[in-house]
Design a protein around this ligand. Structure first.
Ligand SMILES: NC(=O)c1ccc[n+]([C@@H]2O[C@H](COP(=O)([O-])OP(=O)(O)OC[C@H]3O[C@@H](n4cnc5c(N)ncnc54)[C@H](OP(=O)(O)O)[C@@H]3O)[C@@H](O)[C@H]2O)c1
Length: 215
């Protein structure tokens, strides 16, 4: 059965998944790149966005497995970009250039309607204003039996967790203190929601923790 998976989701040791004050110069918020320090050197990331070959260690394996078996994505509007409020025009097309790394339909949660946006390489952004259940229903249909990846950010992941809709989470826990930013766990009691940590793997630059629903 098609699952809803959170993969390679970086979180600081004090529970933040992005730095504060996101803008065009700081897509991950101020000091946000410290959260992603585990993924930048990997082969997965370098092949997607960089020039070099990248590293092929444990962190890379973790990053690569997050793309396996994925047939559609769900993102929050702030992960898609820094534009807030009603879309002033159609010019913002995501952080990722003409060919984003999704290659599937991507359902972007927003309160502000916008026409679908087709990109090179099979990515199509579809803007969903009817809430998380509608986005998941549409994403599962688009995924055609494959899994749906919940890309984030934190506000979006929190909503799906609270609704008990996330089947699996892979967190990349980073040994950094953000102090401020987007909190992953705010208002969430993961134990009461029925989750357990069932595996941990020490990577080169992050500890990978896997959560799932208790049997
Ligand atoms: N740590 C990681 O691995 C990781 C992964 C992904 C992203 N990030 C970072 O996280 C940050 C973004 O996270 P975030 O928590 O600020 O925001 P987010 O979850 O990306 O987006 C939140 C926005 O999405 C829209 N939205 C969310 N739920 C909705 C609903 N049910 N109905 C309608 N619209 C809804 C709203 O926008 P509107 O009301 O404006 O339409 C809301 O303000 C970015 O800096 C990004 O780079 C980190």
């Amino acid at each position: 059965m098609s699952k809803l998976r959170v993969e390679s989701f970086a979180v600081s040791i004090d529970g933040f998944s992005a730095g504060p004050n996101q803008d065009l110069q700081n897509p991950l918020g101020v000091r946000g790149p410290e959260l992603m320090g585990w993924v930048f050197p990997t082969r997965m990331f370098q092949k997607m966005f960089g020039q070099g070959e990248g590293e092929t260690g444990i962190d890379n394996g973790m990053a690569e497995q997050g793309f396996e078996g994925i047939g559609a994505w769900i993102l929050g509007r702030n992960m898609f970009g820094p534009v807030r409020g009603p879309w002033p025009d159609e010019s913002w097309k995501g952080w990722w250039g003409e060919e984003p790394p999704y290659h599937t339909q991507v359902f972007v949660l927003t309160h502000h309607p916008r026409a679908p946006l087709k990109m090179k390489g099979g990515t199509e952004f579809r803007f969903v204003t009817e809430g998380i259940h509608s986005a998941l229903e549409q994403a599962k249909k688009a995924a055609g039996g494959k899994d749906v990846r919940l890309g984030g950010g934190a506000a979006t992941v929190r909503q799906y967790l609270r609704a008990g809709l996330v089947d699996e989470l892979h967190l990349a826990v980073r040994p950094v203190l953000m102090g401020a930013g987007e909190p992953l766990w705010q208002g969430i009691d993961m134990h009461a929601l029925g989750y357990e940590c069932w595996k941990q793997v020490a990577g080169e630059r992050a500890t990978h923790v896997f959560l799932r629903k208790r049997a």
